[in-house]
Design a protein around this ligand. Structure first.
Ligand code: SF4
Ligand code: SF4
Length: 673
């Protein structure tokens, strides 16, 4: 009966899609869709504003490199900033005009902080640059992916992941199924819904290109069952693309999460530590494939997107908005806000964030702007203690234990939170949505994640510093060893030189000995009879013996000469004096020298005695002179200790002196003297 009702329902909706093979994931919530307000009018192209502010940071990854200067005129589609690094996306001019400024402006981010932006003043001409459509069917995939890198296209579902990263240049991606995410599960957002309703053919053409780039065999479009018109349009358009089907999935938040959608349409649960590509599935947003089609078919880079403006505005609808358009322009296009509007939310009410100011531009991530009032979004009541009801666990689509994660995050037990797979949390907010205690659980998870990431980065930096230090120490140690090795080598070289010198000395000694022996041999040869021309062994032995005897004789002679020289050395002088010109033989010299030595010794003894006597006499004389001087009044006299002989001598000296004085007087008195 149920299947009949479902089939009838599909017929009523005009669906040709398959809903039978849809699977259910754990958890999820059913918030009020609030989609009808913005789907009553078709997509409208927003007029070119007076000013465009293009943040460089509009995607996940590195900011692009600026290619223009202030004052430069640019054309629509001209590249303003080039993708820098692998994970980056280019920025293009949304219309023709002049670069008015390059500097910091407030960007749509929860922090409300400014970031680098290019400000453009449109000239109103909307003049395109030269566009280069690509014949993708006849172009190699490597070129296509390189082109895609220049397109500036990112995931337009809100993730803003650079699209060229998701396709492999070699075509060997291993992807067998392309899943088109058209679930659009967040309340209020209808941009994808309207896009499918109005541009299904172009979307399917984009799917064909992506399928070709991935090498995928199958393609499945996953649409929630609250979009019957879009489903019908896509089902019709998909007939043109073989191997493609549309699957209608139940309206259940967060069906639009890539893993949840894969589970819904394929029944595959991807392990938490794996990616969808690991199991051969790649997911593209429906708006992204449309942008890819326009780029390859017309050469148009990413310059605009469909944005839903809804909530507390007078005319909620979807607009085709140039990137960089001020939010105020969009609000004006929606005929302004209703009374009581307090703030604006970018994204959906589940995963979006409150804009810090209205003075921000529309970026690639801006799929929806909701004008909020307290009636629509009542401020959360004060949080109360957790009552362990486990409703959060029932609602969690990732099968986590949100209440445990909450406790660990609140108590800063981050490692425990990590152990409980905190990083598997997709921050969908289902747990917060169902919590009866109004605990802002997702905020706790974001806090814990940021703390863990910061700690990991600090640890990484510390590890890097430690590695550097270890490397430095290793280098110092290596240099020390190298120096020691060099020293050892130098020392070994020095030893080798010494050994060489010693060998040389030894060789010289041997040579000298040899020469001596040779000399002796010559001497012997002189006295020996002439040898026969040929020598027998016996004759040779006899010659050796003779040689040895000659050497021994020579050594003995040398010894005798040396001993004689040593013994002759002390008497060399006298002997020379005595024996000069003597014809006595050398053998008589030692006896003569001995006699001479005894005589000299006696003489020396006598001389010593004489010297001592002379010294004693001199002392006595000195004493006597001293006494005489004292008696003459020249010096104090102290003759008490003098011997009688001294005293007599003193008296004699005194008498002589007296005589000399008398004579001097007499001479002085004689004028002729
Ligand atoms: S839903 Fe709220 S109160 Fe209930 S267990 Fe989870 S955190 Fe606690
Ligand atoms: S926010 Fe995280 S913990 Fe909460 S339901 Fe979603 S995935 Fe689970």
């Amino acid at each position: 009966m149920n299947s009949i009702i479902q089939f009838a329902s599909r017929l009523i909706r005009g669906q040709t899609a398959d809903t039978d093979a849809v699977h259910k994931f754990h958890g999820g919530v059913h918030p009020d869709g609030q989609k009808q307000q913005s789907t009553s009018a078709p997509i409208k192209k927003l007029a070119i504003p007076e000013r465009l502010v293009l943040p460089l940071r509009q995607h996940v990854g590195y900011i692009p490199k600026i290619k223009v200067q202030v004052g430069e005129r640019v054309l629509k589609g001209q590249m303003l900033a080039e993708a820098e690094g692998t994970l980056s996306a280019a920025i293009h001019a949304p219309t023709s005009g002049t670069v008015a400024a390059i500097g910091e402006e407030i960007i749509p981010h929860p922090s409300g902080l400014p970031d680098m932006c290019i400000t453009l003043t449109p000239d109103g001409l909307d003049e395109w640059t030269t566009l280069h459509p690509v014949d993708w069917r006849n172009t190699d995939k490597k070129t296509l992916v390189a082109n895609l890198r220049s397109s500036g296209i990112v995931g337009l579902g809100g993730a803003t992941f650079p699209t060229h990263i998701k396709v492999r240049a070699d075509g060997r991606s291993g992807i067998h199924t392309l899943v088109i995410n058209a679930a659009e599960c967040e309340p209020y957002i209808t941009c994808d819904d309207m896009l499918m309703r109005e541009r299904a053919d172009e979307i399917v053409k984009g799917m064909e290109i992506v399928k070709f780039l991935l090498g995928a065999e199958n393609c499945i479009v996953g649409i929630e069952d609250n979009k019957p018109e879009a489903t019908a349009a896509m089902a019709e358009a998909c007939k043109a693309l073989p191997g493609t089907s549309v699957k209608v999935v139940p309206t259940l938040y967060p069906s639009g999460d890539a893993r949840r959608l894969i589970h819904l349409v394929l029944g595959m649960e991807i392990p938490h530590d794996k990616r969808s590509t690991d199991v051969g599935v790649q997911v593209f947003n429906v708006a992204t494939v449309l942008a890819i089609y326009r780029y390859f078919a017309y050469g148009e880079p990413a310059v605009d997107r469909i944005v839903t403006i809804t909530g507390s505005v007078n005319s909620p609808r979807n607009f085709e908005v140039l990137f960089g358009t001020p939010l105020q322009t969009l609000i004006d296009a929606a005929d302004g806000t209703k009374p009581g509007t307090t703030h604006f939310i970018m994204g959906g009410p589940m995963m979006g964030f409150d804009l810090p100011t209205i003075d921000v531009p529309i970026t690639k991530a801006a799929n929806c702007i909701i004008a909020a009032t307290p009636d629509l979004f009542a401020p959360p009541p004060p949080a109360m203690p957790c009552i362990r009801c486990a409703r959060c666990a029932d609602a969690c689509p990732v099968n986590l234990q949100p209440q445990e994660l909450y406790w660990f995050s609140k108590s800063d037990n981050f490692e425990k939170a990590r152990d409980y797979n905190l990083f598997d949390c997709i921050e969908c907010g289902c747990c917060t949505y169902v919590c009866p205690s109004n605990i802002p659980l997702v905020q706790y998870y974001r806090y814990a994640k940021s703390e863990i990431i910061a700690a990991d980065k600090a640890k990484e930096a510390a590890d890097l510093a430690r590695e550097r230090n270890e490397f430095r120490l290793a280098r110092i140690e290596r240099e020390k060893l190298e120096r020691a090795q060099k020293h050892a080598e130098r020392a070994a070289a020095g030893k080798a030189d010494s050994a060489k010198t010693a060998d040389a000395v030894k060789t010289d000694a041997v040579k000298t000995e040899s020469a001596t022996a040779e000399s002796a041999k010559t001497e012997q040869a002189k006295t020996a009879p002439a040898k026969p021309a040929t020598e027998t062994p016996a004759a040779t032995a006899s010659a050796d013996d003779a040689k040895k005897a000659a050497i021994a004789a020579a050594i003995e002679r040398a010894k005798a000469l040396k001993a004689a020289a040593q013994s002759a050395e002390p008497q060399k002088k006298p002997a020379t004096a005595d024996t000069a010109g003597s014809s006595q033989p050398a053998q008589a010299e030692p006896a003569h020298a001995a006699e001479q030595t005894e005589a000299d010794q006696a003489k020396a003894d006598q001389a010593k005695k004489d010297k001592q006597a002379l010294i004693a006499a001199a002392i006595e004389r000195a004493k006597a002179q001293k006494l005489a001087a004292a008696q003459a009044g020249i010096a104090p006299r102290n003759v008490e200790d003098a011997s009688p002989a001294v005293k007599a001598e003193i008296s004699e000296i005194d008498a002589i002196r007296e005589k000399a004085r008398q004579a001097a007087k007499a001479q002085d008195s004689d004028p002729e003297a």
